[in-house]
Design a protein around this ligand. Structure first.
Ligand code: ADP
Length: 711
C-alpha cells in the first residue's frame, strides 16, 4: 500500500501535450453555471466538493463538510489542502497542476490509497472520483468523496481470513493425524498428507472412493450405528481398524464430526484419525506380561497359603505389608491389609509383641524391623504375641532382608492392584513365624519331669553315697570281713559312679530351678583369688597329664558373689578344660582386675579339642554338645555350660569363649566386683530381680558371636 498521491497510469502533462489536443479536451467539458453547480451539490446524496484550477474550494455540500467535520462556510474559499494530511500537500499540488493541464474524468480512488483529514486531525481513507467542468467559463474540478474506512476494514478482515485459511490448510496438510473429509455416503472429498502417509493412498487416488471400502475398515460397532450416532450427537469417537494399501493393519483413534450447512442439512463428515498401532501393540504386550505376572503371583500366594507357618513380606521403614499368607492371619488373630504399616496394624488390633517374660519389646527390637532397618538376618528370634484377650502365643521368628530384584523375581506385578508395590531401593524383608506353643508346652512338661525325677533321685543317691563311703571307711579301718581286691575295686567304682550321679542330679535340679526362676544366689563378700586358687589346686590333684598354672593379679580381691555358685562355674570350666584335652597339656588360669570398670576377669585356657566353629553359637544351650566331643567318646550331659552361663548372668556378669578346633579353647568369665544395687554389700531381693531382668532382656543375636543360647 502506498500513501503517495499518484495515478494508476503515467499521465501526460501540459508540457508534453500538443496544444490542439488540449484545446479539444477543454471543448468537451460540460459547461455549467454557478447556480446549477450549487443546486447539483445540494441535491446530491454524495459528498461533493468543487475546486478551481488552483485548488480553492468554490462549492461544498453538507455531506462533504460533515465528512471532514467542518461547516460549509469553514471550507468555502479555502484550499483543498485543508482536508489533506500535510505530508501529501506537495504531491497533491503537483498532481493538480498536471490534471488541470489535461483534464479528464477520473475515479481517483481506483488503485489509489487516498487519505482525508478531519477537522480534529484524525485521518481516514477516502475514495475520490474527479470530474473537470467549465464553471462560469473557467476550469473547475468536481470531486465526489467517499469515506471508505468500513470497506477498507472489511477488505483487511477478508485478507486476514484468507491468510488464516491458507495457514490452516497448510497445517492440516502437515498434521501428523490423517484428516479426511467425506460426503454423506462416505466418498472421500479431501484428505491431507497425513492420510496419504498413514494409508498409502494419495489424495488424488482416494478422491471419490468410499473410505471404508478403500481402507477395509473394521468398526467396533456396526457402521450404521456409527452413522446413527453421528446424526444424533454430531460427533463420534472410537477406535477403528483400517488397512494400509500394502495390507498392514492400522489401528486409529478416530474422531468424526458431522458438518451441516446453514439450513442444518448434513453436508460432509470430517474425520481425524490418529495412528495408535504402536501404542496398541505395546498395550497388548503389557497386558500379556501383566496377566502372566498376576498368574505367577496368584500361584505363589496359593503356595504360601498352603504352608502352615505364617509368612509375610513387608517393605519400607515402617514395614508396610506387601503380602501375607493365610497362616499369618491366624497367628495375629487379625487380617493385616496390604499397604498398612506394621505398627498401625498392631495398634488397631491391640496386639503387642513381648519377650518370654511378657515385657514389651520396642519396635526397633522386633525381628521384622531389625531385618528391615539394619539389614540383619534374624534367625530363631523368640517373641511372644500378646493378644487383647491376654492370650499369648510364643513364636520363633526368622526375618531375612530381601532386595527389590528378589521381589521382582517373586513375580509380583509392579502395578498389580496391590496398594503398595515396593520401589527399588526400599528395604524389603521376608518374615516367617513359627508357632511354638506346643513345643513350649512340651518343654514345660519335660522341665517338670526332670525336676521331679532329679528331686526323687536325690534321696536314694544320698543313701547310696553314704553307704558306699561307710563301706570303704569301715573296710579300711579293718572292721568286718576282709574284702578281696576286686571287691575293693568295685566299691571304688561304685563311689565314682555315685559321685557322677549326684553331680548329674544336682545339675538337673539347678537347670529346672533356673527354668522356673527359682534359683536364688546367696552373695557374700569373698576373696576371689583364694577361691580360684583352691579350685585350681583341687583339680591339679585329679590329673597328672595336665599342668595347671595360676596367675593372679592382685594377690587378693574381694568380690560380692555367691562363692558356691562361682566355684561351681569354675569347676565346670576346669573339668571341661581337662576333659576335652584328652592328650593332656597345659591349662592356664589367669585372674585380672579391671579397676576402672570395677570388674574382674578370669580366663581358663587349654590346648585341647576346641569347639567346631559352626556349633559355637549354640554351645551354651541346654543339652548342647559339640560333635567332636561326642565323636571322641568323652561322656557329658551338655548341661554344665548352660548352668555356668545362667549363673554368671545372674551375677550380672558375662561368660564367653574363643576357640579353634584342634588348637584349644579359652573361656572368659567377667564379674562385677559389686553387683549393681549392692551398695551395702547385701544383695536385696529387688536387685536380684533386676539382675534377672537384665539377663532376660539381652538378646542372643546381639551379643558376642558365641554367647547365644538355643531356645
Ligand atoms: P558336657 O557335660 O558335655 O561337658 P558342658 O555343658 O559342660 O557339657 O559343655 C558343653 C559342650 O561344650 C561339651 O560337650 C563340649 O562339646 C564343649 N566344650 C566345653 N568346654 C570345652 C573345652 N574346654 N574344649 C572343647 N570343648 C568344650
Amino acid at each position: 500500500m502506498s500513501n503517495e498521491y499518484h495515478d494508476a497510469q503515467p499521465q501526460e502533462t501540459a508540457e508534453t501535450l500538443p496544444q490542439d489536443k488540449r484545446a479539444s479536451a477543454f471543448a468537451l467539458l460540460p459547461l455549467i453555471t454557478m447556480a446549477e453547480a450549487a443546486m447539483l451539490l445540494d441535491f446530491s446524496p454524495e459528498a461533493l466538493v468543487m475546486i478551481d484550477a488552483v485548488g480553492t474550494i468554490v462549492l461544498v455540500n453538507e455531506q462533504a463538510a460533515a465528512l471532514f467535520g467542518y461547516s460549509k462556510e469553514e471550507l468555502k474559499q479555502r484550499s483543498l489542502e485543508m482536508v489533506l494530511p500535510e505530508r501529501f500537500h506537495v504531491a497533491y499540488a503537483a498532481h493538480l497542476l498536471r490534471y488541470v493541464s489535461m483534464p479528464h474524468p477520473q475515479p481517483l480512488g481506483v488503485s489509489l490509497d487516498l487519505v482525508g483529514r478531519r477537522k480534529d486531525d484524525s485521518e481516514f481513507p477516502v475514495d475520490i472520483s474527479v470530474r473537470p467542468v467549465l464553471l462560469e467559463q473557467a476550469l473547475h474540478v468536481m470531486g465526489a468523496i467517499r469515506d471508505v474506512s468500513t470497506r477498507r476494514r472489511l477488505e483487511q478482515e477478508r485478507l486476514q481470513q484468507m491468510e488464516q485459511l491458507v495457514l490452516q490448510s497448510t497445517l492440516i496438510n502437515l498434521a501428523h493425524d490423517a484428516i479426511m473429509v467425506r460426503d454423506q455416503i462416505s466418498r472421500v472429498l479431501s484428505g491431507n498428507q497425513g492420510a496419504a502417509e498413514l494409508y498409502g493412498w494419495s489424495e488424488k487416488e482416494a478422491l471419490g472412493r468410499v473410505t471404508y471400502t478403500l481402507l477395509k475398515t473394521r468398526f467396533p460397532v456396526s457402521r450404521a450405528a456409527v452413522d446413527e450416532h453421528l446424526e444424533r450427537e454430531v460427533q463420534w469417537e472410537g477406535e477403528l481398524v483400517n488397512t494400509h494399501r500394502d495390507g498392514r493393519t492400522v489401528v486409529v483413534e478416530s474422531r468424526q464430526v458431522l458438518i451441516r450447512d446453514a439450513q442444518g442439512v448434513p453436508k460432509a463428515i470430517l474425520e481425524i484419525n490418529r495412528d495408535i498401532t504402536q501404542r496398541k501393540r505395546f498395550e497388548q504386550a503389557q497386558t500379556a506380561v501383566h496377566t502372566e505376572l498376576l498368574s505367577q503371583y496368584t500361584f505363589l500366594q496359593q503356595l504360601l497359603d498352603i504352608l502352615p507357618s505364617s509368612i509375610y513380606v513387608v517393605h519400607g521403614h515402617d514395614a508396610r505389608l506387601v503380602m501375607a499368607n493365610r497362616a499369618a492371619a491366624s497367628i495375629w488373630g487379625a487380617v493385616w491389609p496390604p499397604g498398612q504399616p506394621m505398627r498401625a496394624f498392631l495398634e488397631e488390633h491391640a496386639i503387642r509383641i513381648v519377650d518370654t517374660q511378657e515385657n514389651p519389646i520396642a519396635p526397633e527390637g522386633w525381628a521384622t524391623m531389625r531385618a528391615l532397618l539394619d539389614g540383619e538376618t534374624v534367625l530363631q528370634h523368640q517373641e511372644m504375641i500378646l493378644r487383647p484377650s491376654r492370650s499369648t502365643m510364643p513364636i520363633l521368628v526368622n526375618a531375612v532382608p530381601l532386595s527389590t530384584p528378589h521381589w521382582q523375581s517373586l513375580g509380583v506385578p509392579e502395578h498389580s492392584g496391590y496398594p503398595q508395590s515396593p520401589q527399588s531401593g526400599e528395604p524389603l524383608a521376608l518374615v516367617i513365624h513359627q508357632d511354638v506353643s506346643l513345643l513350649k508346652e512340651a518343654e514345660y512338661f519335660k522341665d517338670e519331669f526332670i525336676g521331679i525325677a532329679a528331686h526323687e533321685l536325690r534321696q536314694p543317691l544320698t543313701v547310696l553315697k553314704v553307704a558306699v563311703g561307710m563301706l570303704m571307711r569301715q573296710t579300711a579301718q579293718g572292721h568286718g570281713p576282709r574284702l578281696a581286691l576286686w571287691q575293693q575295686e568295685m566299691i571304688g567304682d561304685l563311689d565314682v559312679a555315685t559321685d557322677r550321679l549326684v553331680h548329674l542330679t544336682d545339675d538337673l535340679l539347678d537347670a529346672s530351678r533356673l527354668q522356673a526362676g527359682q534359683l536364688v544366689l546367696h552373695c557374700t563378700s569373698t576373696d576371689l583369688v583364694s577361691l580360684v586358687q583352691r579350685v585350681v589346686t583341687r583339680f591339679q590333684k585329679t590329673t597328672t597329664r595336665h599342668q595347671m598354672t595360676l596367675h593372679a593379679d592382685p594377690p587378693t580381691l574381694q568380690a560380692t558373689i555367691d562363692p558356691q555358685r562361682i566355684e561351681q562355674v569354675l569347676s565346670n570350666i576346669l573339668t571341661n578344660a581337662i576333659k576335652y584335652s584328652p592328650l593332656g597339656g597345659p591349662v592356664h588360669v589367669t585372674l585380672a582386675a579391671f579397676a576402672a570398670d570395677n570388674e574382674v576377669e578370669i580366663q581358663v585356657q587349654d590346648k585341647g579339642l576346641g569347639i567346631p566353629r559352626h556349633q559355637q553359637a549354640r554351645i551354651f544351650g541346654r543339652f548342647m554338645r559339640a560333635d567332636n566331643a561326642q565323636a571322641t567318646g568323652i561322656s557329658g550331659t551338655g548341661l554344665g555350660l548352660y548352668l555356668c552361663h545362667e549363673l554368671v548372668e545372674q551375677h550380672a556378669g558375662r561368660l564367653w569363649f574363643e576357640s579353634e578346633e584342634g588348637k584349644g579353647t579359652t573361656f572368659f568369665l567377667r564379674l562385677p566386683l559389686v553387683p549393681p544395687g549392692d551398695v551395702y554389700g547385701i544383695l536385696i531381693e529387688e536387685d536380684k530381680e533386676k539382675i534377672k531382668r537384665t539377663r532376660i532382656h539381652r538378646e542372643p543375636n546381639r551379643k558376642s558371636k558365641n554367647d547365644a543360647k538355643s531356645f
